[in-house]
Design a protein around this ligand. Structure first.
Ligand code: FES
Ligand SMILES: [Fe+2]
Length: 389
């Protein structure tokens, strides 16, 4: 149970808020690279309550600048992408990827205004088919090189969920809660005669283990289920990676769920899927990782259709309220992971407030060659068995 004040502290994401300042110390997943096309090399991005425009200039460089032009505040989203920058649609001032003003038509060529007209911008990088932004104090740390973004012995795909209408922390807390899979996913699907896709989770949970992981290049909460019944199994577990990633085995895939806090009450989720092949052979990778929008999670009446894991989870997250009231919760034994995550979150908030580097921020290249994290293989084994049956 948390007071309203404590709840505000760990949920709000705007600039200057405790959690917002913490999240700004980590690279944020803002788009799939395939969302920027030749026909439309720009995207409107809202992240941590800030409105920006992401663009790829004619030279292939990425830029992320504040959406409102520093001249007289028109939206640069409607601007023209050119060889060396983005030109404002209103009076044509042009900005390069770092936000420098490089052209001011109709102003005297020797005007000092050009130097003054800097468009606020953030560092941005592409890796593994995703585009990441760093919105914190400079110098930026290294962009983490997660193994799933780098491996070549399989195929990748990015799925983009419809924007979730609630605070990011509800989604992260759900990822620390391995007990929800039995009823929310497996039982629901079984009652709908779709039990096959939830079969892995339709087993009695005898025990749950939670572990706070503190590695030099990542921290998080690892969860393990011990299943009983006639298909007893002790999982190796899988982790929430602090602050906003979940690494999870799903059937034959290894999925990294990347959560972007759009603002206090909206979250964008990228389901980043890597499917290793059985042979271990290297696969020629496409230039761009394909991406696909996940269909609506609700039916035409506005009710959750509850036919997919994503619809189930969205129901649970959103019906808690846009920012859930944690003063009325009753945490039990299955919520130990949530308590661990919250403690980590509060400690790291303090760390930033004291001017220190929070955990999981990487600055040493030796720690960032390729970050490997083991996850359970039971889901993959069961998917294989089912495919054979
Ligand atoms: S508002 Fe952008 S150039 Fe005038
Ligand atoms: Fe779930």
């Amino acid at each position: 149970m948390l007071s309203n004040e404590a709840n505000q502290e760990i949920t709000r994401v705007g600039r200057g808020t405790p959690a917002g300042e913490l999240l700004r110390r980590y690279w944020q997943p803002i788009a799939a690279e395939a969302e920027l096309t030749d026909d439309s090399p720009k995207l409107r991005i809202r992240a941590l309550g800030e409105d920006m425009v992401l663009f790829r200039d004619g030279e292939g460089r990425l830029g992320l600048v504040e959406e409102q032009c520093c001249h007289r505040s028109a939206s640069l989203y409607y601007g023209f992408v050119e060889q060396d920058g983005l030109r404002c649609p209103y009076h044509g001032w042009k900005f390069d990827c770092a936000g420098n003003c490089i052209d001011q038509p109709f102003e005297p060529s020797d005007s000092p205004l050009k130097k003054e007209a800097h468009q606020h911008s953030y560092p941005v990088q592409a890796l593994g088919g995703m585009i990441w932004a760093y919105m914190g104090p400079l110098p930026a740390p290294l962009l983490p090189r997660w193994e799933q973004l780098l491996r070549a012995d399989g195929v990748r795909k990015v799925f983009i969920l419809p924007v979730i209408e609630c605070n990011w922390l509800q989604i992260m807390e759900n990822s620390c809660d391995p007990a929800h899979t039995y009823y929310l996913h497996a039982h629901t699907l079984t009652l709908k005669d779709k039990g096959k896709s939830g079969a892995y989770y339709y087993r009695p949970i005898e025990k749950l283990h939670f572990e706070l992981v503190d590695e030099p290049n990542w921290v998080g909460v690892r969860k393990q289920r011990v299943y009983g019944g006639d298909k007893a199994e002790e999982e190796d577990g899988h982790p929430v990676i602090f602050p906003n990633l979940l690494l999870s085995p799903q059937r034959e895939h290894i999925v990294m769920h990347m959560r972007l806090a759009v603002d206090d009450t909206h979250t964008k989720i990228f389901r980043y899927q890597f499917t290793p092949n059985d042979s271990g052979d290297l696969v020629t990778q496409p230039n761009l990782v394909p991406c696909e929008n996940v269909p609506p999670l609700k039916d035409e009446t506005g009710a959750y259709h509850m036919n997919s894991f994503a619809s189930h989870d969205a129901m649970a997250w959103e019906t808690q309220g846009s920012i859930t009231d944690r003063s009325r919760e009753l945490l039990g034994n299955t919520d130990v992971g949530i308590a661990l995550y919250r403690r980590l979150l509060r400690e790291q908030i303090r760390c930033v407030q004291e001017g220190k580097e929070p955990k999981g921020v990487i600055r040493d290249p030796a720690l960032n060659d390729c970050i490997r994290i083991h996850v359970s293989t039971g889901q993959r084994r069961m998917a294989r068995e089912m495919a054979k049956a």
